[in-house]
Design a protein around this ligand. Sequence first.
Ligand code: FAD
Length: 412
Amino acid sequence: GAPATYDVAIIGAGPSGSIAASLLHQQGKRVIVIEKQDFPRFSIGESLLPACMQIIAEANMLEAVNKAGFQFKNGAAFSHKGQSSQFDFTNKFTQGPGTTFQVERASFDKLLADTAQSQGVEIRFGESVEAIDLSQEPKLTIRNRDGQVYSIQAKYLLDASGFGRVLPQLLDLEKPSSLPSRTAVFTHIRDNIDASIADNAHFDRQKILISVHPENKDIWYWLIPLGKNLCSLGVVAEPHLLGDAKQNLQEVLLKMLKQEPSLNKLLANAEITRECASLKGYSANVSTLATDKFALLGNAGEFLDPVFSSGVTIAMQSASMAAKCVVRQLNGEQLDWDTEYAKPLMRGVDTFRTYVEAWYDGRFQDVIFFDKPDEKIKQMICSILAGYAWDEANPFVNDSERRLNMIVELCR
Ligand code: FAD
């Protein structure tokens, strides 16, 4: 028979897919989400930024997220060779939430998807989008868990498939990232950081800790508290610096940990609780973010780098911006997707890009560890680190490269 029809089909029920689905459903649109896996499922990307709380609120999911008991987060701490620097996200230039959470993504993503479902969104789990036909209205070929193949049709298609990158692959939109290929090796630990160790190291469970390798400033580690005695631990480096590919990942992670003495000391009693995993060359980009038939959300579009924990925030921001455009188009407006969606989204992504590039070439690290920062300037930079990378009123957003370079000069 003829395929079932919807207003919007969404590939993937990660943060970008669930939020987009909820926002569109609220506007009375008929939405369907196709998710390959069964939830809960593991995902990396556990430290959120305060700016995403606004979008969670837009999707009427704030109460559910606040109630879930996730680890409270109010900032970021950086450490290098005994120097340390903290950013308190509540002390920032841009208005808006100043705190957020660090989450096990298995439960967080399930919570968002469940909440969307309870609002009335239809999500099909265990089904995978395998082909797309865009010759007329978008038509999706889907394989269900029994291996049967069927089609659906929608007026608009959102790709929220993350690193699955369904449309970039099927439509040949892949474009190399401007950033060099890096690898992350990560796991979960029972950290066993007792009060005396924490006090000695000035370790604050309410902040992500980013530690820089003492000799090679290109290598860094994350320690993300996820709740009582549980942390996510990872190291990021260009692949050749992680050593022999034949070594198992746990050996690689432990060897890298030993190279950073203060982190190694902080984690002296830690026990690994999850098999170590790695992601290689995760940065990605595309030639086209959106047309009048489809838009790419979150990681399906561009993914930069994990250092400032911007991934979920960008994913949710893209969902919010795209949902508004989809509603306008479905309501009969002619829309230029490049000027209405791609360009405004990229303004914030490009702000993060400025800071990511300056992190790896050392400029931004000099700013972070400068010991006499100007309070006003720190608040403006703090806004960006808190995820408010689209706030054009912030000179460090509006003119990010030049402003940053001015501060780098002052700090050097
Ligand atoms: P995802 O969350 O990846 O969801 C995509 C969904 O699509 C998946 O559930 C998948 O099963 C589904 N799917 C895939 N293919 C198909 C298909 N064919 N059919 C149907 N469904 C499909 N971000 C942060 O905010 N904070 C961090 O601290 C952070 N750390 C990171 C560390 C590393 C090493 C890396 C690589 C990334 C990190 N990120 C972080 C980024 C973050 O993981 C992503 O940006 C975020 O998960 C993107 O969300 P999404 O909704 O776009 O995609």
